[in-house]
Write a protein that binds this ligand. Structure first.
Ligand code: LLP
Length: 440
């Protein structure tokens, strides 16, 4: 639970500290808050608020940093599409040489559409349907991570009928505690994910006897927003031990998928370092002649995305700052008590005396709250703010609750920007709805 910060705390960094910790952001007297080389006020002026803004240069730089940390290991990055599945984002990573980790047929097709080669796609997930397995085999993807004996049997059957050979890795549940929020931990025995560690060797041997499937390796993913290498080291050690057992039994094991989960600094906690992750991978698997994979989502895109909003009004003697973004846009604070930095867009709003305020959305739910007792400079009606680190699990988890259309999205790259999704208007929201004739 340590790593997902509460909505407020005595250690809240101030506006200057939030910006200083994020090299892609800067504050300027005339331009206000700037992402890469683009003043965010210009985007808010052009598109209105709420609006998402993604920094392509930031995403690209983070991918490069991760790839550099993995250099020397035979390791490949598969971006976890679920964190942010916009085609432009996928395209940034595809052009940067990353593959994709997908968890549905929809994500698989998005990755293909954005230019990810089929043989750079890994399919994870506890409940792949027959249609999804058929799609994956038809596309000829690199690997399917199998999460149960039942799924293994399904894949064997479908692949045999299609005359295909599925390369599969067994996703084992190493039963380690990733020390993260209960709702995003996945590597404990009580979680629904993966194959129990003690069953893995027998299932691997069984897989080797089945038609249509070829077991090629082991996969694991222990949770998300992990800020310590200790759980990785523990999980990797267990996986290495399993691989040694399998090899001693005469099985061929050539790949190890180390999962995602690398955490970022939302509040004042330092983010995880890819170099430390690479070190843990080297320590466990360095001498084993394995093809290694990682599948991070949040670390690559989280810091690169912002949600811009305008203050509609303040109330309760300025205690409540009501903004035009809401929990339907960014659900993380409501769902996980997640802490997100909030920074005024105008330089003039970013200085001066602070007071403790609750930043809330307009939806009729108490959980529609972005920050509680947050020390912020005065934010009058009409002023604008950026909610930070919203690039991962932001727009992908939005809904149209309260008939609020999905906000537009802009992508910045250096000093250029363009709209990559327009605002959803109300007609588009009801375009696919029909009223049946039989209603009296
Ligand atoms: N691989 C698998 C099999 C996963 O289930 C996940 C995330 C990832 C990779 C990528 O994890 P990442 O590197 O992004 O931590 N909505 C939550 C996070 C849910 C993560 C689910 N699985 C949040 O907003 O914090």
């Amino acid at each position: 639970m340590a790593s997902l910060a509460p909505l407020s705390s005595a250690t809240d960094p101030d506006v200057a500290a939030l910006i200083a910790a994020r090299p892609h952001l800067s504050m300027h007297a005339f331009d206000g808050l700037v992402l890469e080389g683009v003043p965010l006020a210009a985007i808010a002026d052009a598109l209105g608020t709420p609006v998402w803004v993604y920094g392509a240069g930031t995403m690209r730089a983070r991918l490069k940093e991760l790839q550099a940390a993995l250099a020397g290991l035979d390791a490949h990055v598969h971006y976890a599409v679920k964190a942010n599945d916009h085609l432009a984002v996928l395209s940034v990573f595809a052009r940067g040489g990353a593959g994709a980790d997908v968890v549905s047929g929809g994500e698989l097709l998005r990755a293909r559409k954005a230019g990810v080669a089929a043989d750079h796609i890994v399919f994870s997930g506890v409940g792949k349907t027959e249609a999804e397995i058929r799609l994956a085999l038809g596309e000829g993807i690199f690997q399917i991570n199998v999460e149960s004996a039942a799924e293994l049997a399904m894949i064997s059957q479908i692949a045999t009928a299609m005359g295909r050979m599925a390369q599969v890795a067994l996703r084992v549940n190493p039963d380690v505690d990733a020390g993260t929020h209960a709702k995003i931990t996945t590597g404990k025995a009580e979680n629904k994910f993966g194959i129990p560690y003690d069953d893995a060797a027998a299932l691997y041997a069984h897989a080797a006897t089945l038609p249509g499937v070829q077991p090629v390796g082991i996969a694991l993913h222990i949770g998300s927003q992990i800020l310590s290498t200790a759980p990785y080291r523990a999980a990797f050690a267990r996986a290495a031990e399993l691989i040694r057992t399998l090899r001693a039994n005469g099985q061929t094991v050539s790949r190890m998928d180390c999962g995602g989960g690398i955490g970022i600094g939302y509040q004042d906690e330092p983010g995880a370092s890819p170099a430390a992750l690479a070190g843990a991978m080297r320590a466990a698997f360095g001498e084993m002649g394995l093809q290694l994979m990682v599948e991070p989502g949040r670390w690559l895109v989280g810091p690169a995305g912002l949600l811009l909003a305008s203050v509609i009004l303040t109330k309760g003697d300025e205690r409540f700052v009501v903004i035009d973004a809401a929990m339907n846009d960014l659900v993380r604070p409501a769902m996980y008590e997640a802490w997100h930095g909030i920074v005024p867009l105008a330089a003039g709003n970013a200085v001066g005396a602070t007071s403790l305020v609750d930043v809330v959305g307009p939806i009729c739910e108490s959980s529609d709250t972005f920050a509680t007792s947050r020390a912020l400079p005065r934010l009058p009606a009409g002023s604008r703010v950026a909610i930070l680190d919203a690039g991962a699990y932001g727009a992908v988890m939005s809904s149209t609750y309260n008939a609020r259309g999905l906000p537009p999205i802009a992508m910045v790259d250096g000093d250029r920007w363009s709209v990559i999704r327009p605002r959803q208007d109300v007609e588009a929201m009801w375009a696919n709805e029909t009223i049946p004739d039989f209603l009296p």
